[in-house]
Design a binder for this molecule. Structure first.
Ligand code: CDP
Ligand code: CDP
Length: 228
């Protein structure tokens, strides 16, 4: 039998990490874990408790409240989608809003938040056969991952992809606002002290600017075959 791998997919915002990770999980019956959704839940929680003011976060209050946040996931067979829950409330759509996107990188700079999320990420992966996407999966969460992919695409391509997606959902947001969010998050993610976004030395780069979803899936399947 083939080995149960741990596959880490890191990279820039909105390039298609979660899309390819979900596609692969479905194809080979792996567990998909969305680490970004976890940071988004903590962000939504902080926003609801008024802990964020402009670019200032009340870290002390969040430190007191963080253990009250229970994050869970399940797959909705009817809607055929992965769903995220905050204390058993379905928050899948709310955590993808531009408001949450605009605050999430601030929350993700906080050390105690990251420690808690990493512990959860490792716990959910104990059974193996996992594909997880994020920013620090190959560098911090699973430095010994069997396969590490670093994904990126041109910023304009990424902004347009996200724009189309939000537009289809009925969100009326300008391409400019999305482009600014994508650029700002990349900057914060790459320049923070705690687990910055960077390519692991042993990660393979996938630039999918000119690839379809099918092409990028085939590409990863081929990389898997090399390590299995
Ligand atoms: O899907 P998108 O690339 O827009 O973002 P995401 O994967 O949902 O992650 C949202 C934010 O969470 C990122 O911009 C990072 O600031 C943070 N994040 C992180 O710091 N570490 C991770 N492993 C995953 C996400
Ligand atoms: O997880 P991440 O933020 O990296 O990106 P995503 O949410 O998986 O994908 C962003 C958008 O790009 C989605 O609307 C995808 O359908 C689209 N897309 C893609 O993932 N891959 C391509 N080759 C082309 C478009």
């Amino acid at each position: 039998a083939k080995r149960k791998l741990i596959i880490a997919v890191d990279g820039h915002s909105s390039c298609g990490k979660s899309t390819v990770a979900k596609d692969l999980a479905k194809k080979i019956n792996y567990t998909y874990i969305d680490s970004g959704a976890m940071y988004r839940v903590v962000t939504l929680f902080a926003m609801r408790h008024n802990l964020i003011n402009g670019d200032k976060l009340d870290e002390n209050k969040l430190a007191h409240l963080i253990n009250d946040i229970h994050i869970s996931f399940s797959y909705n067979d009817e809607l055929k989608r992965h769903e995220t829950f905050m204390n058993d409330e379905l928050v899948e759509d709310e955590i993808r809003s531009l408001e949450v996107s605009n605050n999430v990188s601030l929350i993700a700079t906080i050390k105690f938040v990251r420690e808690k999320m990493v512990a959860l990420q490792r716990k959910l992966s104990e059974a193996g056969a996992v594909i997880m996407d994020g920013r620090d999966i190959g560098t911090v969460v699973f430095p010994n991952a069997d396969l590490k992919i670093f994904m990126t695409a041109d910023v304009e391509v990424r902004a347009i992809r996200r724009y189309k997606e939000l537009k289809e959902k009925g969100d009326d947001i300008s391409l400019d606002a999305i482009r600014e969010n994508v650029k700002k998050r990349d900057f914060i993610d790459e320049n923070r002290d705690e687990s910055p976004l960077k390519k692991a030395d042993d990660a393979i780069v996938l630039n999918n600017s000119h690839m379809t979803k099918e092409e990028q899936l085939d590409w990863i399947v081929a990389r898997m075959a090399e390590v299995e």
